[in-house]
Design a protein around this ligand. Structure first.
Ligand code: ADE
Ligand code: ZN
Length: 326
């Protein structure tokens, strides 16, 4: 069995991808020219060569610097369209997309501009490419809970365009509990809840515990360190929570593809899924994540199928919709 063919040809779902993390250097340059924004580099190749990250803060610095070129509705449309076209070409049939509105409103871009551009591209991609997608609004955890709440209120006119809310960015000293009121409010609006607990962050076991017990999330993004605590493991299993793991991202942020941990998750029957996180920065879309993982961890075709099925099963779709994919 040719594993590359097998992985590429399988219809897949992606549940953990940051829209702003799909900004390819070529589009950066095109938008910089269009919007008259100076870039520090002369070519897309030079920009990629400057992608020098080894942990979460060093990645986030480059990620936020890259976003300044996103200014107009059509820019958000193009970003979203390009990712969804790339995803469709990888046989991804369903996506849940994160976006970071606070990273744009702080630069004077309106919430309406951001979400309208994204939404129009989602509609066009579904019609023209047959790829379905839903949007998850993330809050930046180093910003205040008040700012998060303001953005949730900005989203009120667009609630039908959102499936859930998430929490991302710098985890240090920014525990889930800081946002308990915001997430409680979001739940009351019928939004699904997820939060990042990235690999090997400070106090990560406490953060995972807060996600489970205090916030009562519907999923955890990453969450790999839960393997270190039997009580957390048991709770994740009992709640049948999905874990959205991102191997190539982990290699950059934590110097490991975490293939051993992903193997352990499968052995524990956890609902582990494979995702690309920020594919334009980590230079690996979903198929490359599966391939790198399979190679390093010698995963079987059955293991791959299990992880792909897990993604559909923990997707924020109705059961009747999920069963059409399985
Ligand atoms: N924002 C974009 N990518 C992220 C990641 N991998 N972790 C936390 N915040 C992020
Ligand atoms: Zn992420």
């Amino acid at each position: 069995l040719d594993m590359q063919q097998f992985i590429c040809n399988m219809p897949k779902a992606e549940l953990h991808v940051h829209l702003e993390g799909t900004l390819e250097p070529e589009l950066s340059f095109a938008l910089a020219t269009k919007n008259n924004i100076p870039l520090e580099y002369d070519t897309p190749e030079q920009l990629v060569a400057a992608y020098d990250f080894h942990d979460l803060p060093s990645f986030l610095k480059i990620y936020y610097a890259g976003m300044n070129v996103l200014q107009q509705e059509e820019d958000f449309y193009q970003l979203t369209w390009d990712y969804l076209a790339k995803a469709a070409s990888e046989n991804i049939v369903y996506v849940e997309l994160f976006f970071d509105p606070q990273a744009h409103t702080c630069r004077g871009v309106s919430f309406e501009t951001i979400i309208t551009g994204i939404h129009k591209a989602q509609l066009d991609a579904e019609q023209k490419l047959g790829i379905r997608s839903q949007l998850i609004m993330c809050f930046l955890r180093e910003l205040s809970a008040e700012s998060a709440m303001e953005h949730l209120k900005l989203a009120m006119p667009y609630l039908p365009w959102l499936v859930g809310v998430g929490l991302d960015s710098n985890e240090q000293d920014n525990p889930p509990a800081k946002f308990a009121a915001v997430f409680e409010y979001a739940r009351a609006l019928d939004l699904k809840l997820t939060m990042h607990c990235d690999v090997n962050q400070q106090n990560t076991l406490t953060h995972i515990k807060q996600c489970l017990d205090d916030i009562q999330v519907d999923r955890i993004d990453h969450g790999v360190n839960a393997l270190q605590d039997p009580a957390l493991l048991a709770s994740i299993k009992q709640k049948q929570l999905g874990l959205t793991v991102c191997p190539v991202s982990n290699r950059f942020v934590a110097q490991s593809l975490t293939s051993n941990e992903i193997r352990q998750m499968l052995e524990h029957d956890l609902l582990v899924t494979i995702n690309s996180d920020d594919p334009a920065y980590f230079r690996a879309y979903l198929n490359d994540n599966f391939l790198a993982l399979q190679k390093e961890g010698h995963f079987s075709a059955q293991d791959i199928v299990t992880m792909v099925k897990n993604a559909f099963n923990v997707a924020w779709l109705k059961d009747t919709e999920i069963s059409q994919y399985l």
